[in-house]
Design a protein around this ligand. Structure first.
Ligand code: 13P
Length: 252
């Protein structure tokens, strides 16, 4: 059975003091992570080193919110996979809809980062999802298919089976409008089918597919009990120890 992975995307929130406060709160509320569940914190780059030291000896793992597709060089303002690894990251979120929308990230650019993440031993959390206009035009399937295939282009099955795909309908992000469990399950199943077409059913069955978009303690359990929903990528509700630990517990 696939494990459940609950990741918190802090986005552009929390300075050093806020990071320490949240992590101390999580350690108090969640002294151990339930069996078959993994919990990942993705704070901003500036908080990674502090988070790493505060999380020592806990079961929480660390991820970043983005990276560049080169190890080093003249790329002002960018962060490399080697830097993320040395800061203690195991995971890296790639292709979040906010990066696609505000920073014009394309599927091919995101794909170059997915390849680089695997090359350097990081696990990518590849985000996909349609906008409200796309859902209303009934093109969710095409949009998600293009993003999944684009993100996975040239990735061998041996890497693909370790990817995490986060289905985050853009209309559900930060809006309080959560996809119904049935709506989410339908797209998750479709993503599983797309990966099966690319890599075969055995690989597809191993891939963790997270749901993201207004996940809260009161809707987490039902979402997480859908057969193809293997975790959550949580925004707003991960910024409070109470609500993020409740979502972690709901995954059990
Ligand atoms: P919210 O949980 O705030 O809707 O954000 C979801 C998200 O974008 C996680 O990456």
């Amino acid at each position: 059975m696939r494990e459940k992975i609950i990741a918190g995307n802090w986005k552009m929130n929390k300075d050093a003091a806020g990071t320490a406060e949240l992590i101390e709160g999580l350690k108090a509320k969640c002294p151990s992570i339930p069996g078959n569940v993994k919990a990942v914190l993705c704070p901003p780059f500036t908080s990674l080193a502090l988070a790493k030291s505060l999380l020592a000896g806990t079961q929480f793992e660390l991820g970043a919110q983005n990276m560049y597709s080169e190890n080093e060089g003249a790329f002002t303002g960018e962060i490399s996979p080697l830097m993320l690894k040395s800061a203690g990251c195991t995971y890296v979120i790639l292709g979040h809809s906010e990066r696609r929308q505000y920073f014009a990230e394309t599927d091919s650019f995101i794909n170059s980062k997915v390849k680089k993440a695997f090359a350097e031993g990081l696990i990518p959390i590849l985000c996909v999802g349609e906008t409200l206009a796309e859902r209303e035009k009934n093109v969710t399937d095409q949009v998600v298919t293009t993003q999944v295939k684009g993100g996975l282009a040239g990735i061998p099955a041996s890497d693909a089976e370790r990817i995490i795909i986060a289905y985050e309908p853009v209309w559900a992000i930060g809006t309080g409008k959560v996809a119904t469990p049935a709506q989410a399950q339908e797209v998750h199943k479709r993503i599983r089918t797309i990966t099966a077409e690319l890599y075969g059913q055995a690989v597809a069955e191993k891939i963790i597919i997270q749901y993201g978009g207004s996940v809260k303690p009161d809707n987490a359990k039902e979402l997480l009990h859908q057969p193809d929903i293997d975790g959550a990528l949580v925004g707003g509700a991960c910024l409070k120890a109470d609500s993020f630990s409740a979502i972690i517990q709901a995954a059990h």
